[in-house]
Design a protein around this ligand. Structure first.
Ligand code: FE
Length: 173
């Protein structure tokens, strides 16, 4: 009887944790489902106005992705994450980076030495704040992701310094 109670307790705990995960996944799916442009398979270029994105995207994502904002260093959810998986564009679902290209950077933002495909991102000159930087955009939806610098590790020596909020992470390879 004692063992039966223990077993039942463990089973309940497992069920509880499973339903918690299911709830989290549901919330994520709802966020994506409310975004008719989100797709991890469709690579067609999107031409969506900022006014429309504003209606679809959460405020913090809109501010970074469509208004070239920057989240505060050491505050994003992925800056120190070492979990294996794939990073997609949080706006449109375009595949952007693999965890294998992520490296521990002291800058406080998730940093990668290369994108998953050369054409998954675009580069633009950015002269804001009185300096010249290279802005990195998602090639599918033209959302702002972050900037690229020349102080990364081998083999590319590039540092794609990204905003966590612009990324959508899927664990596992
Ligand atoms: Fe995108």
């Amino acid at each position: 009887m004692k063992y039966f109670k223990m077993l039942a307790g463990i089973l309940m705990m497992m069920l509880y944790s499973c339903s918690g995960n299911a709830q989290k996944n549901d919330q994520m799916d709802n966020a994506r489902n409310n975004n008719p442009y989100y797709s991890r398979t469709d690579t067609t270029h999107l031409n969506v106005s900022d006014a429309e994105w504003k209606k679809i995207l959460p405020h913090d994502l809109y501010e970074v992705a469509r208004e070239q904002g920057t989240e505060r260093a050491f505050t994003g959810k992925y800056w120190d994450s070492e979990t294996k998986g794939t990073y997609y564009c949080a706006v449109c679902g375009n595949k952007l980076f693999l965890s294998d290209a992520k490296f521990a950077s002291s800058c406080g933002w998730p940093s990668f030495f290369e994108p998953v495909r050369k054409n998954s991102v675009l580069y633009k000159d950015d002269y804001s704040y009185g300096m010249h930087r290279i802005e990195v955009e998602c090639a599918r939806c033209n959302s702002h992701l972050g900037h690229i610098f020349d102080d990364g590790p081998p083999p590319t020596h590039k540092r794609f310094c990204m905003n966590s909020v612009s990324l959508d992470f899927e664990p596992g390879i």
